[in-house]
Design a protein around this ligand. Structure first.
Ligand code: AMP
Length: 396
């Protein structure tokens, strides 16, 4: 069966058609600037590539364009839409309502809508994608896969904030965590890769991309993670501040005459390694080059990033009373050997030793700890689309 995986943002839509039997992507691409002007990108596993600037007024127009490309006689990969057996949608926030993926029906749509408050930028966009697919493929079953679901196994001591309890009661303010599909996929793969029984394992997953989070996965279940009510908490990220003293918000407001919403924009879009590097870049390749050329701010930004990852690892070793394996994944985790080496340099107390040669490699799953290392450390490429396709097939 082929599964169309859709990841819908407010003005963009990423897609992949995955053959669930071979687990290979038949085609993938992105529609950008929807509702503004429009940029369409498509690439197939047969080597076809389409890139065009074309008006996309709505997400429905964009999805129609994707479907047309998939069945196009020249560049397509299927003969008719009947060959799409199901659609899997990434949905960012499932609140406390969704601890698992679900088949989408009217009730589910309503429940996702009820989580809009918790992710006002993301959930409404995800719903637009769901409704557009429903309009174009009314008889194809659809599944919602939530970024938050995997972390619903966290105990209250990990998800409660030190706030008046009425805020949890009234508004469900708590830690939810994100990147759950990736943390779930990578922790399972890590266990397989290093020969651990997932039901008797202590794994720390470092998902280090433009957005970044760490999770503690005990016996296959997330028991803590660094992102919170929103993806702003935790690690330093590309442009997000991660953890800081909440009093800083009032301090900046008074000094700079800014309101809360302006400060939230600064914390989400102008902070992180980009902010710390004096606005140089959020991309670790640029920062590494600048650091090698002697840029002190870039060097500092990279140092703060790795130090904070190492601190979270330390916290999760404590939370699980030990660790068997540590996985690095996502753009930085999979590609940046310097960041991995810097993080691992803090882990001597765990008996971790780095295999420098393997750490410089790229590709599939790679063990980067030496054979005598007390904790296994590995690069495990994440594949959220494949994880969504698997969940979708399992449910329908
Ligand atoms: P993601 O959000 O997982 O797509 O990760 C994107 C980030 O990964 C980029 O902003 C870069 O900082 C980082 N990245 C991607 N490729 C490399 C690379 N070859 N070396 C270092 N960092 C990289």
């Amino acid at each position: 069966m082929n599964v169309l995986v859709i990841n819908c943002g407010s003005s963009s839509l990423k897609y992949q058609l995955i053959n669930a039997d071979s687990e290979k992507a038949l085609a993938s691409g992105i529609c950008e600037r929807i509702g503004i002007d429009g940029k369409f990108k498509y690439k197939s596993n047969t080597g076809a590539k389409v890139e065009k600037e074309v008006t996309m007024e709505t997400h429905e127009t964009a999805i129609k364009m994707v479907l047309d490309a998939l069945i196009d006689p020249e560049n397509g990969v299927i003969k008719s839409l009947d060959e799409i057996g199901a659609v899997g949608h990434r949905v960012v926030h499932g609140g406390e309502k969704f601890a698992h993926s679900v088949v989408i029906n009217d009730e589910v749509v309503k429940a996702i809508e009820e989580c809009n408050d918790l992710a006002p930028l993301h959930n409404p966009a995800n719903l637009i994608g769901i409704n557009a697919c429903k309009a174009l493929m009314p008889n194809v079953p659809m599944v919602a896969v939530f970024d938050t679901a995997f972390h619903q196994t966290m105990p209250a001591k990990a998800y409660l904030y030190g706030l008046p309890s009425e805020y949890y009661d009234k508004y469900k303010i708590r830690r939810y965590g994100f990147h759950g599909t990736s943390h779930s996929f990578v922790s399972k793969r890590m266990a397989e890769f290093v020969g651990l029984d997932i039901n008797n394992s202590k794994i720390i997953v470092c998902h280090l991309g433009n957005g970044a989070s760490v999770s503690a996965v005990l016996n296959g279940k997330s028991i803590d993670t660094s992102m919170g009510l929103t993806p702003l908490e935790g690690l330093l990220m590309g442009t997000r501040s991660g953890d800081l003293d909440p009093a800083i918000i009032e301090f900046i407001a008074n000094k700079e005459g800014k309101n809360i919403s302006e400060i939230m924009t600064i914390l989400n879009k102008e902070s992180g390694v980009q902010g710390l590097s004096g606005g140089l870049s959020s991309d670790f390749r640029d920062l590494t080059t600048a650091s090698e050329e002697g840029n002190v701010l870039a060097t500092q930004a990279l140092a703060v990033f790795s130090y904070r990852v190492a601190k979270y690892i330390g916290a999760y070793v404590a939370a699980m009373n030990g660790v068997d394996a540590i996985a690095f994944t996502a753009g930085i985790g999979e590609n940046d050997d310097l960041v991995r080496a810097a993080v691992v340099s803090y882990l001597g107390y765990l008996g971790v030793t780095l295999d420098k040669e393997n750490n410089s490699k790229r590709g599939d799953d790679i063990l980067i700890s030496t054979p005598d290392s007390k904790v296994k450390v590995a690069i495990i490429p994440t594949n959220e689309e494949l994880a969504i396709a698997r969940e979708t097939v399992a449910l329908i």
